[in-house]
Design a binder for this molecule. Structure first.
Ligand SMILES: CC/C=C\C/C=C\C/C=C\C/C=C\C/C=C\C/C=C/CCC(=O)SCCNC(=O)CCNC(=O)[C@H](O)C(C)(C)COP(=O)(O)OP(=O)(O)OC[C@H]1O[C@@H](n2cnc3c(N)ncnc32)[C@H](O)[C@@H]1OP(=O)(O)O
Ligand SMILES: CCCCCCCCCCCCCCCC(=O)OC[C@@H](O)COP(=O)(O)O
Length: 377
């Protein structure tokens, strides 16, 4: 391991990064709360301010991926479609197989200029994650309980609300509804068999109702579905902790732009269309497993400096109070102050570690672990 790699794996580096993320994130959450009265005066201005505030949070994780770990993200797509990315609203359908799949999505959001405005159909539990989950309320992120009888109305209403959104956005749907595990795959394939559907090797069976309600309620606002299939070279199993330790990964993303008009409006036909799409995605993953690449040309956007500039801005701003705090701590000589400071530091680092744990598949939910009839979150 080189010197740089050794420095990146030092706990003190992670502690400082976590301090900057947590404190800047809480300041931004506070600023977002301050925009609440503005929603009554000018909803669009409040939205535009929250897009920029959310960028300040999300881009710190993207900076960790792009600049700290140096992870390479290669895009395979049609050059004609490439020209439209970032210039229209779109529904992104992405396989949910990796702990940092959302982060690879965010890096492309950043490179196409939609990082602050992008949305996702997220499980309700994520709304309680400090900083990121809290910021999502102000981004009008759509939450679901993963119980259709409750979600069908709330998801439709939340999506309808986005029709007058002032800036281009991507709406991410992980149609499998949960991260891939062998156990969930086994159960999911039993359900496929019971429905007479072809088995999938690399995916869980997609949940079609959320896709149908999303496409139906974004017609007229979203122009296309971006069918996105993600994989990592050399069977890498990337993690957020690996990124923080400066580990470099190699992500490949295959994106096909499908105009919304090509997607059936009827629920049953739309469900059949989505099942066929996932069978195609499965074949792309097989192609990748055999050849190490996706079909089609590579048209990769380069990373941009803004995520790094944003992180440096917040680090410099927060380094001063940290320096003051440490100097007072040393000069006071008070044991009580020292103990309280160490306790606060430990609580904050455990909090950040818990947040990172939200991305770890070995801590995933029970959703999809039971047969259809007994399914719960
Ligand atoms: C150019 C670059 C392009 C792209 C860049 C890539 C991405 C960038 C884009 C945006 C980035 C933005 C943000 C990213 C940041 C953070 C992301 C964070 C991640 C959080 C995401 C999540 O939280 S995922 C979990 C929540 N989301 C979902 O669950 C969505 C999918 N689910 C649905 O849509 C569901 O339909 C539902 C949730 C609406 C309702 O679920 P419920 O379970 O109640 O009902 P269903 O009807 O869906 O399920 C029952 C039906 O499913 C069949 N089935 C299949 N398998 C099973 C099983 N194992 N157990 C039970 N049932 C199963 C079942 O038979 C039923 O079938 P029917 O025929 O009756 O429908
Ligand atoms: C550089 C700063 C370091 C600080 C790190 C802070 C880390 C905050 C991470 C919060 C990320 C929230 C997004 C999690 C995405 C995710 O992957 O959710 C899982 C769900 O899809 C499905 O859940 P499940 O059913 O359990 O598989």
């Amino acid at each position: 391991m080189g010197l740089l790699q050794m420095i990146k794996s030092q706990f003190l580096c992670h502690l400082f990064a976590g301090y900057v993320f947590l404190v800047s994130g809480l300041i931004i959450n506070l600023l977002q709360v301050c925009t609440l009265p503005l929603w009554l005066v000018s909803k669009q201005l409040a939205r535009r301010i929250n897009i920029r505030l959310a960028y300040c949070i999300n881009s710190q994780l993207v900076a960790a991926l792009e600049w700290w770990s140096g992870t390479e993200c290669t895009l395979y797509t049609d050059p004609k479609s490439y020209e439209l990315y970032g210039k229209e609203n779109a529904v992104v359908v992405l396989n949910h197989s990796f702990e940092i799949d959302f982060l690879c999505g965010w890096t492309f959001c950043e490179r196409f200029g939609v990082l602050g405005s992008s949305k996702v159909l997220a499980k309700k539990e994520l709304a309680y994650v400090p900083v990121i989950g809290w910021s999502w309320y102000f981004l009008e992120i759509v939450f679901c309980k993963r119980r259709w009888e409750e979600d069908r109305r709330t998801v439709a209403e939340s999506l309808q609300n986005l029709h007058d959104y002032p800036e281009n956005f991507w709406f991410l749907l992980f149609c499998e509804g949960t991260r891939f595990t062998e156990k969930k795959h086994q159960i999911s394939m039993q359900v496929a068999e019971s429905k007479g559907l072809p088995k999938l090797k690399y995916h869980l069976l997609p949940r079609t109702k959320g896709f149908w309600v999303t496409v139906q309620n974004l017609r007229g606002s979203a122009a296309a579905v971006y069918d996105s299939t993600l994989n990592f070279r050399n069977n890498e199993t990337p993690s957020l902790l690996g990124i923080l330790n400066g580990k470099k990964y190699h992500a490949d993303l295959y994106v096909r732009r499908i105009p919304l008009e090509q997607i059936p409006e009827d629920e049953a036909d739309c469900a059949a269309w989505l099942h066929k799409l996932y069978q195609e995605k499965d074949s792309f993953q097989e192609h990748y497993a055999q050849t190490g690449r996706y079909p089609g040309p590579i048209v990769s956007p380069a990373r941009r400096p803004w995520t790094l500039i944003n992180w440096l801005f917040w680090s410099c701003l927060l380094l001063y109070p940290l320096g003051l705090l440490l100097s007072q701590l040393v000069s006071s000589g008070s044991v009580l102050t020292l103990v309280v400071s160490v306790a606060l530091c430990s609580a904050a680092s455990l909090g950040v570690r818990w947040m990172i744990g939200q991305t770890e598949i070995n801590r995933s939910s029970n959703y999809g672990n039971k047969p259809a009839s007994l399914n719960n979150n």
